[in-house]
Design a protein around this ligand. Structure first.
Ligand code: BG6
Length: 607
């Protein structure tokens, strides 16, 4: 996730507006930034590494001439945060500048093709193919506008683009899956990833749709949709958001926004560079000893991942809480070991310490992280960026499901490479993964209202227990951690509920059971739910829509609209959703701020 901003204003310098707009988009990414303007047929660019204030202090980003310009604040997805990789990116002649948010899936193929035609690339980004592709079509004789359309038709993936060219008195923007909004003001036209960028100048917006290519010229713009193959009209509307609401996309908190972003983030995890994931799968498959090391939420993802690897690939990859690793396993480590470190931030001290220790003893270090350029990416021999964009809420939500998705994909690749699943099963699993963003989207939609009601009813609960068996022990642990972290309700998580535990709980307590159809322990879990209810506990059961028998033993059932034949290894993905929502609403209803739990902060990259 990056932030892009472009504007075309009348009789005003555009660079200071772009700088201010980028500052308001900084929550979308902050590892590097840049601005480009066109003035009297010349392209001006400034870009650098670090947060906007730092780069501005060095380069004076507001000091570029012209009334047309684009800007970018980056959260790296392809290529580490370096000056070369910072946006805007240009063509060979430095006449076309592009900023981009999203992932261009076929960039390698396009890059090779363009290099063969003599184009010289300066960055490791996927974005740079765009200006070169436009340049190439112009060389073939197409006009700038035609060349943009031709180039966009060659791109696969998700992209919001803003493009300027020295020979065009205006700006072009393109939307495909990534967000892009137009702002129509009295004295200018704006385009941005999110509304806050231009909210001080106009509250008249046009939400663009996939395939839209907008040609913005003075006092006028036209929209051509490449999917429909014709010009289209889009309706404008007036919004009455405050800047704070706009930053959170209209949600009350970042945590809720991030819960709702999960379908999109899961889609992004299906666009990872497979060559790295495959390399990782090979290294894990050939390791004599394989471990996963992580903390907190990332550890829960590893716990689930370990079950999936054992089930699908028949390979033991042991999950260990990073702080426990050196003391208990450290002396065993040598070159035969592969350690997969999983860390959203890539900076958690215990995880790095364990990984560095392993590295010193000759182990191969692999990494899964959300932050390119983090320390973990510098230690790991192979790493994969989970592409979730910055997570501002302290409680991890979208980064957890993204980690689960990456680990599941890794497990399927390992199973294929070890010959443990047939072609048909592998195809089915990939199909499930590709429908997962929609499944998760419908789970959010279908369960949120029920969760709000349940949170209302149980807002004063004193203790809670989360029960999930097998792979969903990870779901129980993660559901428990969320409630503990942001609603401060003492909670435990287990794979089974015994009478001894029930006797420590009482009428002010609740027991949450995770009961997918595919769970071989489902009957046992329902029996335990019955027992808990007999002892006066409030029982909540999470299950599929068709499960009537669960209603008989539960005070509340949360029914997930997922196909009952979903393989058990995939159930942690949808089943965590209602638990994230539950923790969020319990926190809000208890008058707390879920975005800023006390005594907790996220690790960040320190330069
Ligand atoms: C802990 C946090 O310090 O770090 C957890 O309290 C978090 O909430 C954990 O999950 C791991 O963070 P990361 O960035 O390594 O995934």
């Amino acid at each position: 996730m990056c932030g892009i901003f472009g504007c075309f204003v009348k009789n005003r310098a555009v660079a200071p507006l772009i700088l201010a707009g980028l500052k308001r988009l900084e929550y979308r990414g902050y590892d590097s930034c840049g601005v480009a303007t066109v003035y009297e047929g010349v392209l001006y660019i400034k870009k650098g590494v670090g947060e906007i204030d730092k780069v501005h202090a060095e380069l004076h980003l507001d000091d570029l001439p012209g009334e047309i310009g684009i800007g970018h604040t980056r959260w790296a997805t392809h290529g580490a945060p370096t000056k070369e990789n910072a946006h805007p990116h240009v063509d060979c002649e430095g006449k076309i500048a592009v900023v981009h948010n999203g992932i261009i899936e076929n960039f390698l193929e396009l890059k090779r093709e363009l290099e063969a035609k003599g184009h010289v690339f300066r960055s490791k980004t996927d974005t740079e193919v765009v200006p070169h592709l436009i340049e190439e079509f112009m060389k073939e004789g197409f006009s700038f506008k035609e060349a943009v359309i031709k180039a966009v038709k060659r791109l696969r993936g998700s992209f919001a683009l803003a493009i300027i060219y020295t020979g065009f008195e205006g700006m072009v923007c393109v939307k495909m899956e990534s967000p892009l909004v137009l702002g129509v003001g009295d004295d200018g036209i704006y385009v941005a990833s999110d509304i806050p960028a231009f909210l001080p100048y106009t509250n008249i917006i046009i939400q663009l749709e996939d395939g839209d290519v907008v040609f913005i010229e003075l006092e006028n713009f036209t929209i051509y949709n490449i999917i429909k193959g014709r010009e289209v009209k889009r309706r404008s509307r007036v919004i009455d958001w405050t800047p704070d609401m706009a930053e959170k996309g209209g949600y009350a908190h970042f945590m809720l926004k991030e819960i709702h972003e999960q379908p999109k983030c899961l889609k992004n995890t299906l666009r990872l560079e497979m060559r790295y994931l495959t390399k990782m799968a090979d290294l894990l498959c050939s390791a004599d000893e394989a471990f996963m090391i992580a903390c907190g939420t990332s550890y829960h993802a590893c716990l689930a991942g370990s079950y999936i690897m054992a089930k699908l690939a028949k390979k033991a990859v042991h999950p260990v809480v990073a702080s426990e690793f050196i003391e208990n396993y450290g002396k065993l480590v040598d070159h035969r070991f592969v350690l997969l470190a999983v860390s959203q931030s890539g900076e958690t001290a215990d995880t790095l310490k364990a990984a560095e220790y392993g590295l010193r003893r000759g182990a191969t270090i692999l990494g899964i992280t959300n932050v390119l350029g983090s320390k973990l990416t510098r230690i790991a021999r192979v790493y994969v960026c989970q592409q979730s964009g910055p997570e501002i809420g302290v409680a991890a939500t979208k980064t957890y499901t993204a980690q689960l998705s990456v680990l599941t994909q890794l497990s399927i690749l390992m199973a294929e490479r070890r010959g443990k699943i047939g072609h048909r099963e592998s195809e089915e699993l990939w199909e499930w993964m590709h429908t997962m963003p929609n499944i998760v989207g419908s789970v959010i939609k279908a369960t949120e209202r029920d969760v709000i009601k349940i949170a209302d009813k149980y807002v004063n609960v004193k203790k809670s227990a989360f029960i999930g068996s097998g792979i969903n022990l990870a779901t129980a642990l993660e559901g428990r951690l969320k409630l503990l972290e942001i609603a401060y309700i003492p909670s435990i998580a287990m794979s089974g509920l015994k009478e001894s535990t029930v006797s420590c709980l009482n009428g002010d307590s609740m027991a949450v059971f995770i009961c997918p159809f595919s769970d071989p322990e489902r009957e046992r879990l329902l029996d335990e739910a019955c027992m808990a209810r007999d002892h006066g506990l409030n029982v909540i059961i999470l299950t599929e829509e068709e499960a009537d028998e669960a209603e008989e033993v539960a005070d509340e059932t949360i029914k997930l609209p997922i196909p009952p034949d979903m393989p058990k290894v995939l159930t942690p993905l949808p089943f965590i959703i209602p638990l994230q929502l539950f923790a969020y609403y319990m926190s809000v209803k208890r008058g707390l701020n879920p975005d800023k739990p006390r005594n907790l902060a996220k690790s960040v990259t320190v330069e």
